[in-house]
Write a protein that binds this ligand. Structure first.
Ligand SMILES: *Cc1c(COP(=O)(O)O)cnc(C)c1O
Length: 370
């Protein structure tokens, strides 16, 4: 028997989340962001449910090739553009749209030989200071692109640093409008957080939204509000089984470093999941888990291959009992990945992306009438 740990991808949740995103997007078209192998879910596994998106956005040319191999003929956007002049050949061949965020990428385009002019998304650095041209350079870059026979349509794009936080998007959005308010072309500004929090503001309306994390059922601005409040459902469940139990007396310790000490007699379960499966090693005692669908907590340190959970409230749990690390139990009890991430002082993004290759993954079978 394989080690009892399994990740399950839920296409019905992906469909639901795409609908929820559309509801916020108004008339805008939706890029399903599938970088990092669809945030750890697997491009091939999410493709069926995500085909209702208007396009796919990602970074890696190999991932773009995989999408084309799956039969996707619609738009694909390279969010970071090309890394090398030769990448443009693949863009021409596969019909990829690509971001242009610096002068060097314009130089590469100017030297590129193609019969098919490219659609590009010129990126403004509106204040995040990651990728993009500064406002002072933006118009000259646009004019240069506009003059190139290699370029067909020019769209305008920027990315927000604080869409999920107190600072919000107002300053950067104003910078975007000031830099390119009167330039022609389609616009794309919102990630999940900007869309969910500010998408209903008509002033933020754009032609394309770039939704990532929301599609996978994690709230970009947890804990206010939660994924459920946004109408999002977990697209991934990580479940393992109890492979051992221990009965502790007062003063007994658990795990490496003896960080947990029993203050009363109690039972614990040893679960077949550790940091080598992608579970965060920093998750402290108290991090929520579901034991047979009932909420419980981690106790002690996470090991490479195992972790330990409190069985005080689940007296019938024992060898073989199901432990849900995040997502849904098989009976449908829910543990949002955001709660686990928050307890481990990280974000849902990191946990889903870090699911280890050794964890087997299955795709949930959908009800026939969805
Ligand atoms: C990853 C990414 C997104 C999606 O962000 P989420 O927070 O997951 O919605 C959008 N735009 C760009 C440029 C990205 O790199």
């Amino acid at each position: 028997m394989p080690r009892p740990i399994l990740a399950t991808i839920h296409p019905a949740a992906l469909r639901n989340n795409l609908q929820a995103v559309r509801k916020h997007a108004g008339d805008a078209r939706v890029w399903a962001v599938v970088k990092a192998n669809a945030y750890g879910h697997g491009i091939e596994r999410v493709f069926g449910a995500m085909q209702a998106a208007d396009g796919f956005a990602l970074l890696d040319l190999a991932e773009a090739q995989r999408l084309r191999s799956l039969g996707w003929r619609g738009p694909i956007l390279l969010l970071e553009g090309v890394f090398d002049a030769r990448d443009l050949e693949l863009c021409s061949r596969l019909g990829l749209w690509h971001t242009v965020h610096c002068e060097a990428q314009i130089d590469m385009l100017a030297a590129h030989k193609t019969h098919e002019p490219h659609r590009v998304f010129l990126k403004l650095n509106s204040g995040m200071n990651r990728l993009g041209l500064r406002p002072a350079q933006f118009r000259a870059a646009w004019a240069r692109l506009d003059a190139l026979p290699q370029v067909d349509e020019i769209s305008l794009v920027t990315h927000f640093s604080d869409a999920d936080g107190a600072r919000g998007i107002a300053e950067q959005f104003a910078a975007f409008n000031a830099a390119c308010g009167d330039l022609p072309g389609e616009r794309s500004v919102c990630n999940s957080a900007a869309l969910l929090r500010f998408g209903s503001d008509a002033r933020v309306a754009s032609d394309w939204v770039r939704a990532g994390i929301a599609l996978y059922g994690s709230a970009p601005d947890f804990p206010a509000p939660s994924s459920a409040a946004w109408g999002l459902e977990p697209a991934m469940s990580l479940r393992a089984r109890i492979i051992g139990t221990q009965t502790l007396q007062v003063g007994d310790c658990v795990g490496y470093g003896s960080t947990f000490v029993a203050e009363r007699p109690m039972r614990i379960g040893v679960v077949a999941c550790g940091y080598a499966d992608g579970y965060p090693r920093h998750a402290p005692t108290g991090t929520p888990v579901l034991v047979d669908g009932v909420r419980s907590r981690l106790v002690g340190r996470i090991s490479m291959d195992m972790l330990t959970v409190d069985l005080s409230d689940t007296p019938s749990a024992g060898l073989g009992s199901e432990v849900t690390l995040w997502g849904c139990s098989t009976k449908g009890a829910r543990l949002p990945i955001d709660e686990v991430a928050s307890s481990a002082q990280t974000v849902g993004y990191e946990l889903m992306c870090a699911l280890a290759a050794r964890v087997p993954v299955v795709v949930d079978t959908e009800a026939a009438d969805t």
